[in-house]
Ligand binder design. Structure first.
Ligand SMILES: [Zn+2]
Length: 381
């Protein structure tokens, strides 16, 4: 009566394993339309079965089908307020998907706000801005946002180092350093420079990107086989649908995750660090950790040296007040260095302890935040 095929019914009831079975073993068409022009992807989006959507997109189901009402799967997910479904569809999609209008002339974002799904409307609006930025990656603004905050952090560390050398080690209003304390003072500079080198390695290195399967249903020719080789992947046979990346069209290894900033899947994805302008993953996690440790040590040494040098200025009548006054009038460089160093030390120290704790437990920041979502971790807790 409604023209439903088996794939429609599987999608309507969220039977991802069954859907996988009939498509891979019985060559069922994952892109077939019912009498209202709706594909299984429409139904999965309408019902909010995110795993089903992942699988269907992975199977090259077409995201842009418009049913008799002019609605795409994203429209239906937006109408029903299915945030996870929208996330999967948007991440796998293009900017145009967000701008398609239905027969009444509304985009998915407008439909979501019409139905009072405020969070979803905000998400869809935000996604459009983000995709805009991805698209004009060649414009000046796009390049700037790709550069991230790494140059800023680099400059901050560099300026701090220069201030330290100029105002603390060679400070004109400070007594000369003894050989031993001079060695310690310069070792701080050495550690910070080594840290900068590690920082450069961490931000320029490939964090463990996984190659995408660049094969888009939009540009697909009719004679091309619908399924690719990975369809018999053991992870899919075991029903681990979260390992499917709908964006990269791959079955990713366990512990890998998709980074929406880099728009790639990263092995042992820890987090995307805006200060490093890179993801932290399998291949650069040690550089990141060593960078943190080196900078913490450097800040500890330079801070200690600065404090002792400020406090040991020889005075005829050394009162605490006189010392403080002298520090703020004659040792401005050293005092401001001490304040900034002190603040940064605590921030980086907390981060280092957290990272060390996670490394010792062999768990990533991303996994810490999502412990409940990853079934392979559940047995450990
Ligand atoms: Zn991915």
């Amino acid at each position: 009566m409604y023209g439903y095929q088996t794939t429609h019914v599987a999608a309507q009831f969220g039977q991802t394993a069954f859907l996988y079975h009939i498509v891979s073993k019985w060559n069922a068409d994952p892109d077939v339309l019912d009498n209202d022009g709706r594909s299984p992807l429409h139904w999965a989006a309408y019902k909010g079965f995110a795993d089903c959507i992942r699988l269907l997109i992975f199977l090259d189901a077409y995201r842009g089908h418009q049913d008799k009402e002019g609605c795409t799967p994203l429209h239906w997910a937006a109408i029903r307020g299915n945030l996870e479904a929208c996330t999967v569809l948007v991440q796998a999609g293009k900017k145009e998907d967000l701008m398609v209008t239905d027969n009444t002339g509304l985009t998915p974002a407008q439909l979501a706000s019409d139905k009072n799904h405020c969070q979803l409307a905000f998400f869809l609006g935000n996604a459009r801005r983000l995709l805009d930025r991805h698209c004009d990656g060649n414009s000046r603004l796009g390049k700037l946002s790709k550069l991230g905050l790494a140059p800023v952090l680099w400059c901050v560390i560099f300026v701090l180092l220069i201030t330290y050398i100029h105002s603390v080690i060679l400070g004109p209003n400070l007594p000369k350093l003894t050989a031993a304390s001079g060695l310690l003072a310069w070792s701080g500079v050495f550690l910070a420079t080594a840290g900068l080198f590690m920082f450069y390695r961490c931000s320029s290195k490939d964090p463990g990107f996984i190659r995408m399967n660049l094969h888009d249903s939009e540009n697909k020719k009719d004679d091309e086989p619908l399924l690719n080789i990975e369809i018999n992947h053991p992870a899919l046979l075991a029903g681990n649908w979260s390992q499917l990346c709908a964006t990269c069209k791959i079955v990713r290894p366990l512990r890998a995750n998709h980074c929406s900033t880099c728009n790639r899947c990263v092995e042992q994805f820890d987090h995307h660090c805006p200060w490093v302008s890179n993801c932290i993953g399998k291949r650069n996690k040690w550089e990141f950790f060593i960078f943190l440790v080196l900078e913490v040590l450097a800040m500890l040494i330079t801070g200690g040296i600065t404090l002792t040098r400020i406090l040991t200025v020889p005075f005829a009548h050394p009162s605490f007040r006189a010392r403080i006054q002298y520090a703020f009038t004659h040792l401005v460089g050293a005092t401001s260095f001490l304040v900034v160093d002190f603040v940064l030390f605590f921030i980086v120290f907390v981060l280092t302890v957290r990272q060390a704790n996670q490394i010792s437990r062999n768990i990533t920041t991303n996994e810490m935040a999502n412990t409940m979502r990853y079934s392979y971790l559940r047995c450990r807790w």
